[in-house]
Structures are given as C-alpha cells and as structure tokens.
Design a protein around this ligand. Structure first.
Ligand code: SF4
Length: 208
C-alpha cells in the first residue's frame, strides 16, 4: 500500500516514546477516559448508546486488536467483543496460544452505531483523535490487528478493500498493522477461519 502524507504525519502519534510502568498506564488511561464517560463529541453520543465502551485488556499488550464499534451486547455490558464475534475471537486467540487477557481490545468508535451501521467517517475520525490514538500512545503495542475493513479505514482514513490488504503488514512508525477479517464475517464465512488464525499468528510472530 502507498502511504498518504496524512498517514506519515500520524506516525508521530503512533511512535512509542519510552518505557511507562503498568500502573502509570492505568492512571493515564483512567485520566483519558474520565472526561469522555458521557461523551457527545460526535453524533454517536446522541443516537441511543447505553454507555461508552473504551476497551479492555492487558496494559502491556504487545498486540492490540481494533474493531469497528460496539454492538448491542457490548453496549449493554460496557466491554468490547463480548457477543458471538467476541467469543469467536477468544477461541481463535486460544488456538493461536494467546489468552484474551494477554491483548488489548478496543474499537475505532466507542459508542454503538444505531442498528449496527458502519460508523461514518466523521464519527470514526473524531473518536480516533479523541481516544483511540491516545490509547495506542499509552499502551504502546508492537502490533495492531485491525478487524474488518471499517477498522482499517477508520485508522488510515481511506477506503480499502479488506480482501486486498488482509494479512499484509503495514508499517506505521514503530507499529506494525496486520489487517484481518472481522470475526462477524468469519461467523458467516467459516471457510475463512484459517485466514483469521493465520493473521493472528503473523501478528504474534511480529512481536518476537
Ligand atoms: S463515538 Fe467516540 S467521539 Fe463519538 S460520542 Fe462516542 S466516545 Fe465520543
């Protein structure tokens, strides 16, 4: 893939700046989340969401998974990837030798889009700049696994075809992005499960 100038500028935001202790990371994340617990900075804040779903997982995760946005169960429970897609992701992680607690999981937008529609570009961009880039900056993963086209589009702010980029690493500063399928897609297309597993194994390999 060719990098746009904007993406090159984003490298600074993704670049790790030095060691930060886990407790400091927790403090930094708490400080980050607090002002946004009732966020209405983009339209999704006023379209029926129950709560803001920031993300969860290991604060020292080498791999961060980024999905599109919370679904109904995520919105109800305040946790990312807890529905059928999340259960599939958990199983694939275990098959790859990882526990869910080993990674950090978040979404491009932190509020559920109505009827599970794809987030609009202005919503993704606003939430990314307010929260996601700062989450990445605090957690400092070595690898980001984007789940589905919308997650990668939201991160890079450009349209992509997931079938063309899936499994092909994208270097962004000191972080490697591994685009892969969304588990919801795998639930509808089980024959693609080996691709998802292979991409996660590649992500693990990139952390070594
Ligand atoms: S999606 Fe993000 S920016 Fe939009 S209201 Fe929710 S927390 Fe705020």
């Amino acid at each position: 893939m060719r990098y746009t100038q904007r993406r090159c500028a984003d490298k600074r935001m993704y670049a790790p700046t030095g060691p930060v202790m886990t407790t400091q990371k927790k403090l930094l994340l708490d400080q980050l989340y607090e002002p946004y617990r009732h966020c209405t900075a983009c339209p999704l804040g006023n379209l029926g969401r129950t709560q803001v779903v920031f993300g969860e997982g290991s604060l020292d995760a080498k791999i961060m998974f980024i999905g599109e946005g919370p679904g109904q169960q995520e919105d109800e429970q305040g946790r990312p990837f807890v529905g059928r897609s999340g259960k599939l992701l958990n199983r694939v992680l275990e098959t790859a030798g990882l526990k869910r607690a080993d990674v950090y999981i978040a979404n491009i937008v932190k509020c559920r889009p109505p009827n599970n529609r794809k987030p609009f570009p202005n919503e993704s961009k606003t939430c990314k700049q307010l929260l996601l880039l700062k989450q990445i900056g605090i957690i400092k993963p070595q690898v980001i696994c984007t789940l589905g086209a919308a997650a990668l589009e939201g991160l890079l702010e450009q349209p992509i075809k997931i079938t063309q980029v899936r499994g092909r690493p994208i270097e962004l500063g000191k972080i490697t992005i591994i685009p892969t399928y969304h588990p919801a897609y795998i639930l509808r297309n089980a024959k693609e499960l080996p691709q998802l597993l292979g991409d996660i194994l590649l992500a693990i390999q990139k952390t070594k």
